[in-house]
Ligand binder design. Structure first.
Ligand SMILES: [Zn+2]
Length: 222
């Protein structure tokens, strides 16, 4: 019986190897796919995509977030591409690993109690230079609280960090707290503008494209 089992294993071995090759992501190691910039819209594509990534929590985001992040990500992508920058625009869940010069993961926060957070930044442990640059740009534009960097586990150990090769601009950008009514009111009229601010930031980080900082919308009612 043991001999039969090992014979069957030998017969099956080529099939198992072929299957393993066939299901390996086309961009799998050791040669990650290349782009200049990766932009992912937080929670976009869920819950449908969760089925394929059952090892991670199927976090659907705070109410309104799944609708908002693609607007910001699409506009940032549009502005960067218009400036000649190569952007890989991805939803929340995707396969493969990427070699990029910047990876931006767009999110909004939700909190209990409401209005206990605001904007924040996550990045892989180590170099916080890109986070300092984003804070310097966004803090004067965002008239609410700015939380300390990496103030939650999901910021400091964001799953998307493992999908990119180390690069100097890998950031989770939480652009504000949607559960806070006054922040939500301010944010919801500015999603496209936020995309343009992100595009400007990335363009500056890369030293390419010269995407201008867009003028701030005049009124929170606009
Ligand atoms: Zn989120």
């Amino acid at each position: 019986m043991a001999a039969g089992a090992s014979k069957r294993a030998l017969v099956l071995l080529p099939f198992i190897l072929a299957t393993a090759v066939a299901v390996a992501p086309p961009s799998g190691e050791p040669h990650p796919a290349r782009a200049e910039v990766l932009i992912s819209a937080g929670h976009e594509g869920r819950p449908e995509s969760c089925h394929f990534f059952s090892h991670r929590p199927c976090n659907l985001g705070t109410p309104g977030e799944r609708e908002a992040t693609p607007i910001v990500a699409d506009e940032a992508t549009r502005a960067l591409r218009a400036a000649g920058i190569d952007v890989l625009r991805l939803p929340a869940d995707y396969g493969g690993r990427f070699e990029v010069r910047a990876a931006i993961f767009i999110h909004f926060d939700g909190a209990v109690p409401a209005c206990s957070t605001g904007a924040s930044i996550g990045y892989p442990a180590g170099d916080g230079e890109a986070a300092r640059a984003w804070r310097q740009l966004y803090a004067p534009l965002f008239p609410f609280r700015f939380m300390p960097d990496n103030f939650t586990e999901s910021l400091s150990h964001y799953y998307g960090f493992r999908t990119v090769e180390p690069n100097p601009t890998t950031l989770v950008l939480e652009l504000g707290e949607l559960t806070c009514p006054v922040q939500h009111l301010w944010l919801k009229t500015r999603y496209k503008w936020l995309g343009d601010v992100v595009a400007h930031f990335v363009s500056e980080r890369l030293g390419k494209g010269n995407v201008p900082l867009p003028p701030a919308p005049k009124s929170s009612r606009s």
